[in-house]
Design a protein around this ligand. Structure first.
Ligand code: APR
Ligand code: PHB
Length: 394
């Protein structure tokens, strides 16, 4: 694959944020190169959340990568919260007129790769030592070493830092400019995939005396389940039998009775964190997706925030590069962060509502129970939950 010496936009990171940006730019006739550290097989095998807000569905359709999603994804009109041995269904469609789409992030990534390949966009995998330079000036460039050990330099007008929480882009912003906000939660989620029918037609977020659990799915014969667990637990401590009995114990009796178990085909532990870096711009470098902010998976906002960032950023870059105005770029950080913070608040709130905290006092538990009971009895509270879950407007 030949790497151009100059393109308008270099995109660091080939996760959903970077790939979607490359796609939207390509559709507008703007050339870019994506530099991804991992192999493509690695990127496509990462299991992540599988819930798309309707705004995300519409952006993917507008990027002409929505056909398989529309064929194979599942539209859900609500989710259930369980607590005190009951199941509370929240009717998103009735409360907000909007729904969500269950379609794995891995599948979104595959669809984006396929579209970029077909359009001939250069996506370099196994790119090592990627480093943006001179982003504070007018002539930035990015250097990296390819899989054969050859060093490259790409000159550009703008750099998009889409390289996730552990990426390099955020680190080039001087600490005098950057401000970060963080909350680390004192537990993790142990997740499994199993080729069993999902326990419920829609997702169940479960509050229980033994801790949080989540029942999700990919399709009619592929379930995704999670249980809250201590952060330092080893995967070996969670053989399948233990996982299933723990999950069953955290579900209301009626759902537990329907649970179909089987061997896990994937098992992983995810730490939970809220993190925001401000601003999302430094000179000609723009951060998007997990590079700029991270949310706990409660509420499945991670991918959706990456998509809303890219929705703003792509339009702003296209405007600036087609001889239009740079106002969109100037406003990008504030616009994106305004939406990001609301999702950070929602996922923090849902995390706090549904989990057992190690230092939780009886008072805290009573507050959780009161809030869940309030949700169950108040259409206004359910509407607020629903509008945040289906996604706030762009
Ligand atoms: N150089 C090049 N690529 C890098 C570097 C680097 N130094 N560091 C990280 N990357 C790559 C990672 O390998 C990964 O493929 O950047 C990509 C970032 O992708 P994601 O982590 O998927 O982040 P993003 O595209 O913002 O998507 C956000 O995906 O990570 C989930 O939970 C997250 O759902 C959210 C969504
Ligand atoms: C998932 O399907 O993996 C999933 C769904 C909802 C969440 C988190 C993860 O809130």
């Amino acid at each position: 694959m030949s790497v151009p010496a100059r393109v308008p936009v270099v995109i660091i990171g080939g996760g959903p944020a970077g790939l979607l940006l490359a796609r939207l730019l390509q559709l507008a006739g703007v050339e870019s190169v994506v530099l991804e550290r991992q192999t493509r097989a690695h990127v496509m095998s990462r299991v992540r959340a599988g819930v798309l807000e309707w705004g995300t569905v519409e952006v993917l359709r507008s990027a002409s990568v929505g056909d398989r999603m529309d064929r194979e994804g599942f539209v859900h009109d609500g989710v259930s919260l369980s607590f005190a041995d009951r199941l509370l269904h929240v009717d998103f469609a009735g409360l907000t007129g909007r729904s969500i789409m269950v379609y794995g992030q891995t599948e979104v990534t595959k669809d984006l790769y396929a579209a970029l390949d077909e359009a001939g966009v250069v996506v370099v995998d196994r790119a090592a030592d990627v480093l943006p330079h001179d982003v504070a000036g007018d002539a930035p460039f990015v250097t990296f070493v390819d899989a054969d050990g050859a060093a490259h330099r790409i000159d550009c007008a703008y750099v998009a830092g889409c390289d996730g929480f552990h990426g390099v882009s955020r680190t080039v912003i001087p600490s005098a400019v950057a401000r970060t906000y963080e909350r680390v939660y004192p537990f993790g989620w142990l997740g499994i995939l199993s080729e069993t029918p999902p326990v419920n037609d829609e997702l169940i977020y479960a509050h229980s005396a033994r801790g949080f659990a989540l029942c999700s799915m990919r399709h009619a014969l592929l379930s995704r389940y999670y249980v809250q667990c201590p952060l330092d637990d080893a995967l070996d401590a969670w053989p399948d039998d233990r996982f299933w009995s723990e999950l069953r114990a955290r579900l209301p009796t009626e759902a537990a009775a329907r649970l179909v178990t089987g061997p896990s085909i994937e098992k992983s532990l995810t730490p939970l964190r809220s993190f925001v870096a401000e601003p999302l711009r430094f000179g000609r470098l723009f951060l998007a997706g997990d590079a700029g902010h991270v949310v706990p998976p409660t509420g499945a906002k991670g991918l959706n925030l990456a998509v809303s960032d890219i929705h703003y950023l792509a339009a702003a870059l296209i405007d600036a590069l087609s001889g239009g105005s740079t106002t969109g770029l100037d406003e990008y950080s504030d616009r994106a962060l305004a939406r990001v913070w609301k999702a950070v608040r929602f996922s923090w709130w849902l995390t706090r509502l549904m989990h057992r905290f190690p230092d939780q006092e009886p008072f805290d538990l009573k507050i959780q129970e009161a809030e869940l009971s309030y949700l169950a009895g108040s259409p206004a509270a359910q509407q607020s939950f629903a509008e945040n879950y289906v996604g706030l407007g762009f």
